[in-house]
Ligand binder design. Structure first.
Ligand code: GLV
Length: 300
């Protein structure tokens, strides 16, 4: 089977992926874009990491697009994506575990005030705050997919009161009204874009905190800054941004109550993800069921 491997990666990243994929599926022939173009009639699958728009055109026998990214919002934004070719997103157990660790770290740090202590250290301030028990805090996880569920299980295991929300589930405002910490792990779709806006923040109790591990476009930045500056929100932990890298001079960089991560909450791990890709490519070859298919209408 001939497989196109392409996407937004530098040469070193590409080499790591090629090695991992070739080890997981030695019977496949892995082609870069130039090679795929010259053998366009033979390419049956594409394994992609946010490829440049248009990259998947002109492949008449393409039968599967396998994303190396969990979130397929940027892939689906390519208007030239061949219609009717199934798309699978990445569900990498190592990535879900890493995301759960980051969510847990953020919740624990917010609960125990460790971000505030780090800020006090910079100012040379020795002052303790009141210590609360984990079961006195309500954590709300937005998104009930692989990562939302993995994060919720880890957080619940530490004794926090947990609630989960999915877009087609129970109404959000009553859950927000009780949440001390909100962790966003929703997919980015037309329905969830801008969900974390002024109304959303106003629905939270005073001194709640927000952790965004989804996509930057889930948040209305100006509304988040206003909610922090008014004192209504205590802290925001942000891993994802409208523009990445976060532009120099953006107020998030220097805000004392914003913690910035460089889209590092959970990377796809080539070692485990290559095995996931191989399962789907072999299923394609054998006419078996492809897993983790994207519903183009739902957009995740
Ligand atoms: C990372 O953000 C991903 O979607 O894989």
């Amino acid at each position: 089977m001939k497989v196109l491997l392409c996407g937004e990666m530098d040469a070193a990243e590409m080499a790591v992926w090629r090695t991992a994929l070739a080890a997981a599926m030695p019977e496949a022939t892995w082609l870069d874009r130039d090679a795929a173009q010259s053998q366009a009639n033979d390419v049956q699958a594409a394994v992609v990491a946010n490829p440049a728009p248009g990259s998947l055109q002109g492949l008449p026998r393409l039968r599967l697009i396998q994303s190396l990214w969990a979130g397929v919002d940027r892939l689906l934004a390519d208007r030239t994506l061949p219609a009717g070719v199934p798309i699978a997103r990445m569900v990498d157990p190592a990535m879900s575990a890493a995301m759960a660790e980051t969510a847990l770290w953020a919740v624990l740090s917010l609960h125990r005030g460790f971000f505030a202590y780090a800020e006090r250290q910079r100012r040379g301030v020795w002052r303790q705050h009141v210590q609360r028990r984990a079961d006195e805090l309500q954590v709300l996880v937005l998104g009930q997919g692989e990562m939302g569920r993995a994060a919720a299980a880890r957080i619940a295991a530490l004794g926090y009161r947990m609630a989960g929300w999915r877009r087609d589930g129970s109404p959000l405002p009553p859950l927000l009204a009780r949440a001390d910490i909100v962790v966003n792990l929703l997919p980015l779709t037309a329905d969830t874009r801008g969900l974390l806006d002024a109304r959303f923040f106003a629905a939270l109790p005073p001194c709640a905190s927000v952790v965004n591990l989804g996509r930057g476009a889930h948040v209305v930045d100006a509304d988040l800054l206003a909610a922090l500056d008014s004192g209504h929100l205590r802290h925001a932990v942000l891993d994802v941004f409208h523009v990445e890298p976060l532009p120099a001079g953006h107020p998030f960089w220097s805000h004392p109550r914003v913690t910035v991560l460089p889209h590092a909450a959970a990377a796809t791990d080539p070692r485990s993800a290559a095995a996931v890709v191989a399962v789907n490519l072999r299923a394609l070859r054998d006419g078996a069921a492809i897993v983790h298919l994207v519903d183009r209408r739902r957009a995740y």
